[in-house]
Design a protein around this ligand. Structure first.
Ligand code: GLN
Length: 193
């Protein structure tokens, strides 16, 4: 099994560390040639969705990745990665991969409480998943196909639709392994079987 990590901007190194800890092979995707190798799953890290979106266009990575997602490649988007996957963004006209039937609000927690750490329930994982929020989005609307996996302070912060998993928060910044393990065991492995 090999997981690709989009490594254009943002916190991709931390995702690699988590996968290393889980003994899962991974590689960075920095240009379209990196997609020529076998890939069983994709991680879209946090960072700035506008910057990552711009680089995806410039490097001609957007269309090939969209095709992989259409072909059922398992994808996990954290924070900006969630924004990249959303079909709708409440407070931004830009659209990126536009694949998941969710509407998100960017920087949804405002400036004052823009960043915080908590431990909360994540359906199918545990009652105490460590969650780091940094100028995070949350989900404000979704279709019937979307399964809600975590709600923190009345806001939806994790969801799944078919091959796509998204979290508003960063498990990788607190060395929280459980969400990546869930992605590998429940989405990536099932897709390979
Ligand atoms: N605020 C960022 C955005 O809108 C997301 C922040 C993050 O990924 N930590 O793209």
């Amino acid at each position: 099994m090999k997981i690709g990590i989009l490594a254009l901007q943002g916190g991709y190194i931390e995702h690699k560390n988590i996968l290393d800890n889980l003994n899962v092979d991974s590689f960075y995707i920095r240009n379209k040639y990196d997609l020529n190798q076998n890939i069983d799953g994709l991680i879209l890290p946090g960072g700035e969705s506008t910057a990552i979106g711009k680089l995806l266009d410039e490097l001609e990575l957007k269309e090939p990745i969209k095709k992989l997602i259409d072909n059922n490649l398992p994808v996990y988007g954290t924070c900006a990665g969630m924004i990249l996957l959303s079909k709708n963004i409440e407070n931004d006209n830009r659209r990126h991969f536009s694949k998941m039937d969710i509407k998100v609000k960017r920087n949804a927690y405002g400036r004052q409480s823009g960043s915080f750490i908590t431990s909360s329930k994540f359906n199918g994982i545990s009652n105490d998943v460590d969650m780091v929020f940094i100028r995070a989005p949350y989900i404000v609307d979704y279709s019937d196909d979307v399964e809600i996996l975590s709600i923190v302070n009345d806001n939806i912060v994790a969801a799944k639709q078919k091959n796509m998993l998204v979290t508003s928060f960063h498990p990788e910044l607190n060395n929280e392994l459980k969400v990546h393990k869930y992605f590998i065991d429940n989405i990536v492995r099932k897709n390979i079987e």
